[in-house]
Design a binder for this molecule. Structure first.
Ligand code: FAD
Length: 312
């Protein structure tokens, strides 16, 4: 997305409701997706990719079939929203998150790809609040504005945290190649441009927006690597390299021995080449509390699930 483009949150489109609406919303985005070394014409129709789209679509249909399980009332707007976009406010919310995820697992038998985005939203909700309290910044209100608009459109969010990292013994600023960690390459009055790559990105091509976050704790010398923000999946400068899975070509061999023919997961490498993030979608750009973000994300992504199992 350049600073002149209108993004999908500014477009006057109706909120997505069904799985079919969701699948249609992914078409014609002109994404640069490579699989088998070739540019994919329309990811939605590719036989290896389509089952992963179907798995996310089930999260929309489940919300229509079982609203008590798969929707919640947004504390931000008071509207009923998909539970994958809900900011958890209570132990009951965590238990319900977990029950919904179990049901999604039972219905699809695969990774349904929305947990990382949900956990990123929950972690950022509290961390942006804490940053504002300590540093008199305005990240939390920007972030809640973004979440409100995402909830209104009923979009899918991907959580883009894992950098490719290079030498694991060195912090980002000490790497031989700065692109081994996503970083700011230019700052303007309107926003920032980022470059680098994120690996193993679950459901990224099936998402509408990606929330970019740093992988690890950062020090003052890593200032350019301290960037948290949201970008549309179709933003200018993004390339996706599809992650191969064992036996994935069975999906192209016909129906016999196709394994789980309807549903599958998805991971890809996401390469950012001077991708613009306007200021309204930047939720952090220095290094205050980013260790807290990392630990909060990990707590959200892993411990919530264990915690919920303990509560039950
Ligand atoms: C199926 C799948 C889906 C995923 N989805 C997402 C996603 O949606 N979004 C996202 O952001 N990430 C995602 N990930 C990435 C995941 O979070 C990372 O794979 C994980 O954090 C490990 O990072 P790595 O792969 O770089 O491994 P490494 O960091 O290379 O770790 C490999 C091994 O080396 C060890 N190690 C690493 N550094 C050191 C060190 N300095 N000293 C000693 N030992 C070390 C580790 O403990 C580990 O045993 C996904 C991964 C998988 C497999």
């Amino acid at each position: 997305m350049t600073d002149l483009q209108v993004d999908s949150l500014d477009c006057a489109t109706k909120p997505l409701e069904s799985g079919a609406d969701y699948i249609e919303s992914l078409r014609n985005r002109s994404l640069k997706v490579f699989l088998f070394g070739e540019l994919v014409d329309e990811p939605v129709d590719h036989p290896i990719i389509r089952p992963s789209v179907n798995a996310v679509a089930e999260s929309y249909d489940l919300a229509l079939r079982e609203p008590d399980l798969a929707t919640a009332i947004s504390p931000i707007t008071g509207q009923r929203i998909n539970r994958f976009l809900h900011i958890a406010k209570s132990r009951t919310d965590l238990v319900m998150q977990n029950k919904m995820q179990r049901k999604m697992g039972q219905n699809t038998g695969t990774c349904f790809q929305r947990c990382v985005g949900m956990d990123a939203l929950n972690a950022l909700h509290s961390v942006t609040f804490d940053i504002d309290q300590q540093h008199q910044t305005e990240y939390h209100s920007r972030f809640t504005d973004f979440v409100e608009r995402i909830q209104a459109k009923n979009f899918v969010i991907g959580g883009a945290m894992t950098d490719v990292k290079g030498d694991r013994s060195k912090p980002p600023h000490a790497q031989a190649d700065p692109d081994l960690f996503v970083h700011v390459v230019e700052r303007t009055d309107e926003g920032v441009y980022i470059s680098g790559a994120k690996a193993h990105q679950t459901g990224c091509i099936n998402s509408h927006w990606l929330v970019v976050m740093p992988t690890m704790r950062l020090g003052p010398e890593d200032k350019d690597f301290a960037i948290v923000g949201a970008v549309p999946v179709e933003a200018d400068g993004i390339t996706y390299i599809y992650g191969r899975q064992s036996c994935d070509t069975r999906a192209m061999d016909g129906e016999v021995d196709a394994g789980n023919a309807t549903f599958s997961g998805q991971e890809a490498m996401v390469i950012f080449d001077r991708v613009f993030i306007p200021s309204k979608y930047i939720f952090h750009k220095f290094f205050h509390l980013l260790f807290t973000l990392l630990s909060q994300y990990l707590l959200t992504h892993f411990n919530f699930k264990f915690l919920v199992n303990e509560i039950k």
